[in-house]
Design a protein around this ligand. Structure first.
Ligand code: NDP
Ligand code: HEM
Length: 503
């Protein structure tokens, strides 16, 4: 900050001398309407709040760099990936999902992992989570699901009953429920978690050939989680624990890093995969689709103004660049529409011109006017296309290869189609392959603690329905949870001995 003295002014630039006392009729008289500075201060203050994000309202952001370390040009023509050593600036915003802007960082929740890559092809946003999967696989269910994570309409409190009612009625949620209920649902801050693009995306190479990909950011700091109880304690001690941890690490030069890796599936493999490769409740097994190294993301700069650079940041899965494409993942398709719509509501029609969202390279189009247009609005250049005056062209070399559709039938989800109704195999893998013994004990403990909050006339119905899902994923898991809840499991498995597992 400069030492040069500067004059205090109104927003329109008029210097003024009194910033503490309002002009009045005599020292003790009523205030004079003409003290415009009082109006300006009060009126601006009343407009300081913008709508918080409807989900992921509590978050932390940092700037950094992304560097390409490995050659993946056989998969993509994106300029960012054209050469090992290429670099671009990034903004990464971490978040919790269900809580309000002032909620605690250590709530049990997925963590958002949203990256904006400022590339010469335009801004690319990868708006992921710290889990490779999600609770639902159709965007029509998203708002219902989120309502259950927020507050009960009458009590205005969080409700385990709503949450488990929804999950038990939507068995496709089980895989993500297990992730969330494991200790990875309460990560130690933001530096010690992985990020996943989660959806299936596509990459397109210079020959205009498409492969499907999953993006994985692996933390270089090591995974570190709170237990359920530690997270609860931290909620009271420091609700902003993750924000503070991130800022302090960067300020002391301990820059957090993530290795970006991809899994690759050909279009042929996608047709033959035993699960629907575009189903967001499923992972692609590493043994079949190994991780391929791509680059390293480092965070090294704390934004100097949180509101300007983090609260006003707008990430959208629709923002891709040449060489990267969408996929038929239904959730991704829904999100393409939802985010820019949310940004227009939250930040205004010209949100892409806010400096943190602005593409640092050329943007040419015929969008004009609207509230808060601040970039010169195209000046005197034509505001329609085609025209005979400017030299802006629609370049056909950016055309993506066509997508072969499996069916021409307009239809809805068919739960009986092959690969669509298996909600249990992968959750079973999660329990047996991903978790170690301690993780499994903690998972059961966390689930039992949460399900004990289910109440009301439907309590038994909800618990029994959810127990059926756990049993179908893994019998030991079902037994341990039933035992922890004190449920008589003979109704589920007559004659089956109960195996003791610490809950
Ligand atoms: P592998 O057996 O090859 O590897 C297990 C994966 O689980 C690794 O990615 C590991 O990576 C991750 N993992 C380890 N401990 C945990 C934990 N406590 N909580 C969550 N994830 C953990 O995996 P498969 O590909 O055969 O999949 C088996 C199961 O592993 C899946 O059903 C899924 O639930 C889980 N998983 C799979 C991922 C994938 O993309 N294939 C990604 C993450 C989890 P790391 O420790 O670096 O996170
Ligand atoms: C934020 C909708 C699924 C990750 C948001 C926002 C909306 C939204 C409206 C607020 C945007 C804003 O105001 O800036 C949806 C819908 C979904 C969906 C409709 C499903 C159909 C997902 C999934 C993931 C995800 C599957 C992760 C894989 C995020 C993240 C943010 C976010 C990380 C915060 C971005 C930021 O930091 O600004 N979502 N979401 N969402 N969502 Fe989703």
């Amino acid at each position: 900050m400069s030492n040069e003295t500067r004059k205090l002014t109104t927003a329109s630039g008029r210097p003024y001398f009194e910033n503490e006392n309002t002009q009045s009729a005599g020292p003790r008289g009523p205030l004079l309407l003409q003290d415009y500075i009082l109006h300006e201060k009060m009126a601006h203050f009343n407009r300081e709040r913008i709508p918080e994000r409807v989900v992921h309202a509590k978050g932390s952001g940092a700037f950094g760099t992304f560097t390409i370390t490995h050659d993946i040009t056989k998969y993509t023509k994106a300029k960012l990936f054209s050469k090992v050593g290429n670099q671009c600036q990034v903004l990464l915003r971490f978040s919790t999902v269900g809580g309000e802007k002032g909620s605690a960082d250590t709530e049990r929740d997925p963590r958002g992992f949203a990256v904006k890559f400022y590339t010469e092809d335009g801004n690319w946003d990868l708006v992921g989570n710290n889990t490779p999967i999600f609770f639902v696989k159709d965007p029509k269910k998203f708002s219902d699901f989120i309502h259950t994570q927020k507050r009960d309409p009458r009590t205005n409190c969080k409700s385990a009953t709503m949450i488990w009612d929804f999950w038990s009625l939507n068995p496709e949620s089980l895989h993500q429920v297990l992730f969330l209920m494991s200790d990875r649902g309460t990560p130690f801050g933001y530096r010690h978690l992985n990020g996943y693009g989660s959806h299936t995306f596509s990459l397109i190479n210079a020959e205009n050939e498409r492969v499907y990909v999953k993006f994985h950011f692996k933390t270089q700091q090591g995974i570190k989680n709170f237990t359920n109880e530690e997270a609860g304690d931290m909620r009271g001690k420091d609700p902003d624990h993750a924000q503070r941890d991130l800022v302090e690490a960067i300020d002391r030069g301990d820059f957090p890093r993530w290795a970006l890796k991809i899994q690759v599936m050909t279009e042929q493999q996608a047709r033959e995969f035993r699960f629907n490769p575009f189903d967001l409740t499923k992972i692609w097994p590493h043994a079949d689709y190994p991780l391929v190294d791509v680059g390293v993301l480092e965070l090294n700069e704390v934004p100097n103004n949180y509101f300007a650079q983090v609260e006003q940041a707008a990430f959208a899965p629709a923002h891709i660049v040449d060489g990267i494409g969408y996929s038929p993942d239904k959730m991704l398709q829904g999100r393409l529409l939802s985010y820019p719509d949310a940004h227009r509501y939250r930040l205004g029609a010209n949100y892409e011109q806010i400096p943190v969202n602005r593409c640092p390279f050329a943007v040419n189009n015929y969008q004009r006017d609207g509230a808060m247009r601040v970039d010169g609005n195209g000046g005197s250049s034509p505001n329609y296309w085609p025209n005979s005056f400017d030299n802006i062209v629609a370049d056909s070399s950016y055309k993506e290869p066509g997508l072969t559709l499996e069916s021409t039938l307009a239809d809805w989800y068919d739960r009986n189609a092959p690969g669509e109704d298996d909600h249990y195999t992968q959750p079973g893998w999660f329990y047996t392959k991903a978790l170690n013994d301690t993780d499994r004990v903690n998972l059961v403990h966390n689930i039992v603690a949460s399900m004990k909050g289910i109440e009301g006339p439907k309590k038994d119905e909800i618990i029994n329905r959810q127990l059926c899902h756990f049993f179908r994923a893994n019998i030991q898991l079902g037994l341990a949870i039933a035992q922890g809840l004190g449920t008589d499991i003979t109704a589920f498995m007559p004659g089956m001995p109960i195996q003791a597992t610490k809950a």
